[in-house]
Design a binder for this molecule. Structure first.
Ligand SMILES: Cc1cc2nc3c(=O)[nH]c(=O)nc-3n(C[C@H](O)[C@H](O)[C@H](O)COP(=O)(O)O)c2cc1C
Length: 183
């Protein structure tokens, strides 16, 4: 059991959970909420799969379809938040980030399975009105395969401990040196 009464151990736990999420399908951080600013200024949120976590660079990787709304939203407003809840650790992790998108490489396209490829592409594009679900035709399209890189600017944790709640903030501008906050 990790010691979430210490700031350094709390940050280690965050990256441990993110590394597990990127590597293991059943890890709590495998599916994160990605919240963005909608093109009309409203708040948007959806689940995404965590594909990579790099503690050295302080970045996370997510795969998506270039035609999905989130890509246009990020192009207009790169600030986004990723949210994780680990029920066993009783730890909420809020990750405030600047997100950029780029085309996935051939190597990345080859590395994902057939099932995953099928969700990048298709007609009509995501979000378009269709008469019935069968009116969408899947067509894996490497040109629509997009990689989102979230450069984490701030990590905020909330640990629901048995004795007390512990909230902390770690900022990139402060070298991810953490400070405690009132919960
Ligand atoms: C568990 C789960 C995981 C998902 N993972 C992804 C993902 O990795 N990438 C993605 O683009 N959409 C993923 N989706 C679908 C999105 O939540 C969303 O419905 C879709 O991307 C369209 O979002 P948008 O219109 O806001 O861009 C996932 C949905 C669920 C329920």
């Amino acid at each position: 059991m990790s010691d979430l009464t210490r700031l350094d151990a709390t940050l280690d736990q965050v990256w441990y959970h993110l590394a597990c999420g990127a590597a293991e399908p059943d890890a709590p951080a495998r599916n994160l909420v990605l919240a963005t600013v909608g093109v009309d200024g409203g708040a948007e949120a959806r689940m995404v799969v965590l594909r990579g976590a790099d503690r050295g660079a302080g970045t996370l990787t997510v795969h998506t379809d270039a035609a999905s709304a989130k890509v246009a939203e990020i192009a207009a407003t790169p600030q986004a938040t990723l949210l994780v809840w680990d029920p066993l650790a009783r730890l909420q992790i809020r990750l405030r980030a600047r997100v950029t998108s780029r085309a996935g490489t051939e190597e990345e396209w080859s590395a994902i399975g057939d099932g995953a490829r099928a969700v990048y592409g298709g007609t009509p594009p995501p979000g378009f009105a269709i008469a019935r679900p069968e009116a969408h035709e899947a067509a894996p399209d490497p040109a629509r395969f997009t990689v989102l890189t979230a450069r984490i600017e701030e990590i905020e944790t909330l640990h629901l401990g048995q004795d007390r709640h512990r909230r902390a903030v770690f900022r990139r501008t402060e070298g991810f040196h953490g400070t405690w906050r009132a919960p």
